[in-house]
Design a protein around this ligand. Structure first.
Ligand code: 8OZ
Length: 359
């Protein structure tokens, strides 16, 4: 029988009981100092029937923060907080990887140590406003990183990976999507450097490859995934030739033998119209295990797996509103309606209070 969403699969070293992946979802409900708290344990534990949970994007250092109430993965207290989550998910037979995040220019001095300027490949201010503890505030022009500063950022990713393993995660996902630091280096709308981190595809991919190799050196390639979003315009992103750039990136990642490549196949978060892009070609060039994401439902997810386009499908909003999404898909049961107003920040409401199917 052909594989479908409910067939098991092994991605690198990570065995999934089914192919329904919970996508990374920013929820802004962490405790003080980026320490996960009890409601976060409940939230992830409720969703452990997913084949794999990818955590919310998680800053790797103080300078990597760009929104209120994010968890971190760089202090001992954060490791201890996350350990309660990985233990709870594992006790329910689930798997969980943490998404490693540096926001780059998508931040604000009020969210950074000593009111520092956000950092980025180039001093190009994104259009739009930052979510801060004081409400929405215009983005500022970031400070362009010196090449000599990049090894310390790479080291922060390695440090966060060690922390993630200590916290009991099954692996890590490098967030190189959605207009954050690594994506800012990849796309030329945000990278106008003239050193060997800007210009050619090779140069713009350099930081992503350095980070990914450093993370692999800590965790092993079979526990590392990478997430890309070649044409997502969110966070004021654009590129002059996304197909050629991301075909290059896919081919450059292929020999690293990652656990998986995870691709946002279009635009998300209302950032405007996405450029056209041939994801079938990207996936063929990459060759390795591939997780597809973007408004898939059950039928399209099954079709993508049956055709060989994807090995697994990541569902975002459906997992917010349906902790038991796997059971609902299996039963063709109706889905709960997501409450958009409680996506980012708040309490248990719209977080851990969505009902499960009743028998
Ligand atoms: C929406 C709001 C805040 C963060 C991403 C981490 O798009 C995010 C994010 C999305 O990857």
């Amino acid at each position: 029988m052909a594989n479908d969403l409910f067939s098991p699969v092994t991605l690198g070293a990570i065995h999934l009981k089914n192919r329904m992946v919970m996508a990374p979802l920013t929820r802004n409900r962490s405790g003080e100092h980026g320490v996960p708290q009890a409601i976060n344990v409940t939230y992830y534990e409720q969703r452990a029937s997913a084949g794999l949970i990818i955590t919310e994007a998680t800053p790797i250092s103080l300078m990597a923060h760009g929104y209120p109430a994010l968890p971190g993965i760089y202090t001992d207290a954060q490791i201890a907080g996350w350990k309660k989550i990985t233990d709870a998910v594992h006790a329910k037979g689930g798997k969980i990887v943490i998404q490693l995040w540096h926001v780059g220019r998508i931040s604000h001095p009020s969210l950074l140590p000593n009111g520092a300027l956000p950092v980025a490949p180039s001093a190009i201010k994104p259009a739009g406003q930052a979510f801060t503890y004081q409400g929405l505030q215009d983005y500022v022009a970031p400070r362009a990183l010196e090449a000599s500063e990049l090894p310390a950022i790479v080291a922060d990713y390695a440090h966060a990976t060690k922390a993630a393993l200590a916290a009991g995660f099954d692996g890590v996902e490098v967030h190189a999507a959605n207009g954050y630091l690594l994506d800012q280096f990849l796309r030329d709308g945000s990278n106008q450097r003239i050193d060997n981190y800007g210009g050619s595809f090779e140069n713009r991919s350099r930081l992503l490859l350095e980070v990914t190799k450093a993370v692999i050196a800590v965790a092993g390639a079979d526990k590392v995934g990478v997430r890309l979003s070649p044409v997502n315009p969110f966070n004021d992103m654009k590129d002059s030739n996304p197909q050629a750039l991301f075909n290059y990136v896919a081919k450059a990642l292929r020999p690293l033998d990652l656990a998986y490549l995870h691709v946002v196949e279009g635009g998300i978060h209302g950032g405007g119209e996405a450029d056209p892009f041939d994801f079938v070609t990207l996936r063929k060039l990459y060759q390795g295990a591939y997780i597809a994401n973007l408004s898939y439902d059950k039928a399209r997810g099954n079709a993508a797996i049956a055709s060989g386009h994807a090995d697994a499908i990541a569902y975002g909003v459906p997992f917010i509103a349906n902790p038991d999404l796997v059971a609902r898909f299996k039963a063709d049961a109706p889905l709960n309606v997501p409450d958009v107003t409680s996506f980012y920040g708040g309490s248990e409401k719209g977080y851990t209070d969505y009902p499960f199917l009743t028998a």
